[in-house]
Design a protein around this ligand. Structure first.
Ligand code: ZN
Length: 276
């Protein structure tokens, strides 16, 4: 996925001069919606702040991914801000946040959002990539480096509505789509737990909370996969499982494409699949 396809160039800041989390979020929201009426930016900010109020979206390693679904939007978009000296976002590893990706997406693009976030995580998991972004000279350079780095992982992407407007963080009934979403979150938290040098208790609590929301059989399958394989949830790209790289049978690809909301597993390696 080419991240910069969803990032307006004028919503990228190499040196955000901010002294609070709220100010950071406001600045990025304003930049993301500067072409629209100001109510949209205000609405987005309110949703994002409400989300942050329940749980910080700082995922550790100096990265935060504040986000909100917005029914007014037609397409996912993201603003990027770098904070030179770092800022306290209440991250689980207590590290100051230096890179913020603020993401707004239409509720129908939940799977696109999931893929967008997974791409950022995959990219910045490698310290040299993170450092490349932190060392960018200016906003143009930062944007350019994001484009180059995401090209490394780029795959063709079809943007499609998934026909599901359930936001998993609300008390809405859990569907299999939100279960996939919860699994992905659990996976991210488990990974953070492995690398965290501090804040482990908080992450453990998150893992517990998420686990309680997931169907016990699914959870058991997930844990079995984690034990034997490095990754339990992978993308289905170009008909190929990105865990074992086996080409899936045509009928199965069709089934998955037809029901992106469902929980699917690779017939070869058993990993959970999400369709792109
Ligand atoms: Zn597989």
């Amino acid at each position: 996925m080419q991240l910069t396809q969803f990032i307006p160039r004028d919503a990228v800041f190499a040196n955000l001069e901010v002294d609070s989390k709220a100010q950071t979020l406001r600045t990025l929201c304003d930049a993301l919606f500067q072409q629209e009426r100001s109510e949209l930016a205000q609405n987005a900010l309110a949703r994002i702040l409400a989300r942050e109020g329940t749980q910080s979206t700082a995922i550790g390693h100096g990265i935060a991914l504040p986000h909100a679904p917005l029914t007014e939007l037609e397409q996912l978009r993201c603003a990027v801000g770098r904070i030179q000296d770092g800022l306290d976002f209440g991250a689980v590893d207590k590290k100051p946040v230096r890179l913020v990706f603020l993401i707004c997406y239409p509720p129908l693009q939940q799977s696109l959002y999931l893929n967008f976030v997974a791409t950022i995580a995959k990219l910045l998991r490698q310290e040299k990539h993170l450092n490349e972004l932190l060392e960018a000279k200016n906003a143009d350079d930062l944007f350019g480096r994001l484009a180059t780095l995401s090209k490394l992982l780029e795959t063709p992407i079809k943007i499609q509505a998934v026909g599901n407007d359930v936001e998993p963080e609300t008390s809405a009934p859990i569907t299999s789509a939100s279960e996939l979403f919860l699994l992905a979150r659990l996976d991210l938290c488990s990974e953070m737990l492995e690398t965290a040098s501090s804040g482990k208790k908080e992450i453990e609590q998150r893992v517990k909370n998420l686990s309680a929301l997931i169907d016990p059989t699914t959870l058991q399958q997930y844990h079995r996969l984690k034990k034997t394989k490095q990754r339990a949830i992978v993308a289905l790209e170009n008909g190929t499982c990105q865990g074992c790289f086996a080409k899936l049978p045509h009928a199965m690809i069709q089934t998955i494409q037809a029901n992106k909301n469902g929980l699917h597993r690779c017939g070869h390696c058993n990993r959970f699949l999400y369709a792109i």
